[in-house]
Design a protein around this ligand. Structure first.
Ligand code: HPA
Length: 270
């Protein structure tokens, strides 16, 4: 465990000391979930050692610690992306901090483009597996043999079952699929999207995969859900824009919020 993660955990505990069990990373347009945290303390990333300075307009970059539906949670509202500085390990200290705080579960969210015509903007997709097409890895440079992280069961089967069950009980369609990580920040070309489909992807995005790897490195149980903000490049003829993805994210975010809160309530984590 890095010294910075231990220190950051101690700083968060000084402000709000709870038996934390779940870490939640909120992607583009998903920040509203952080508003639902009760008894919350808010700490900007810039106040915590080793936490990234995040520059994307729709990402605030703060830690919100408190309870979500009774469950002690640590929410990262905003994340650092590989495309900001070319650093795949930008979220290494934050993810290790979750472990240092006692969390055993990491729930990741993101905005993504859909490759499936029947899964459009406003839908949500449970990630069952990923393709690391960016080719970067947050564990490059890690000197210990712990770097050889197994990724076969990276997306925890029981968390997936729990999330699917929660969605069903809420009456919300939660499709499943493979998330393919492109570095960004430019969007994909239509040819890249045809390739991605051939390779087995259901959605494409610019985040999450480094955090899944880091989460498994920290022996956290990991799940990820995408909110679909657009059809991927070349599927509609329209150009994809950050404004469009930001504008559409809240539609899926509202569904995702209900599914995640139902999941937390029913899981009985206290
Ligand atoms: N591609 C990559 N990342 C994204 C997309 C997309 O189409 N939509 C939202 N994030």
């Amino acid at each position: 465990m890095s010294d910075k993660a231990v220190l950051a955990a101690a700083m968060i505990r000084t402000r709000r000391d709870l038996p934390y069990s779940v870490g939640l990373v909120l992607g583009s347009g998903l920040g509203s979930l952080a508003e639902a945290v009760s008894d919350a303390v808010r700490i900007p990333f810039s106040a915590l050692p080793g936490f990234p300075a995040s520059g994307v307009s729709s990402h605030k970059g703060e830690v919100v610690a408190g309870r979500l539906d009774g469950v002690p949670v640590v929410v990262f509202s905003g994340r650092a992306h590989y495309y900001e500085r070319g650093d795949a390990a930008a979220m290494r200290v934050p993810i290790a901090t979750l472990k240092a705080l006692g969390c055993d579960t990491l729930l990741l969210t993101n905005a993504a483009g859909s490759l499936r015509t029947e899964v459009g903007p406003g839908e949500i997709m449970l990630v069952t597996d990923h393709i690391n097409f960016a080719g970067a890895n947050p564990l490059i440079g890690e000197p210990t043999d712990d770097r050889f992280v197994g990724m076969t069961g990276a997306y925890d089967a029981s968390l997936r079952a729990g999330l699917l069950g929660a969605a069903e009980r809420e009456g919300i369609r939660l499709t499943t699929g493979v998330y393919m990580w492109f570095s960004g920040p430019s969007f994909e070309t239509p040819a890249e999207i045809r390739m991605a489909r051939t390779m087995g992807a259901d959605a494409v995005g610019m985040s999450t995969v480094p955090e899944v790897i880091l989460g498994r490195f920290c022996r956290l149980r990991v799940a990820a859900v995408s909110t679909i903000t657009n059809f991927a490049a070349g599927m509609t003829g329209a150009e994809i824009s950050h404004e469009e993805t930001k504008a559409l994210a809240p539609v899926g975010a509202a569904k995702l919020e209900r599914v995640l809160r139902r999941f937390l309530r029913d899981r009985g984590l206290r």
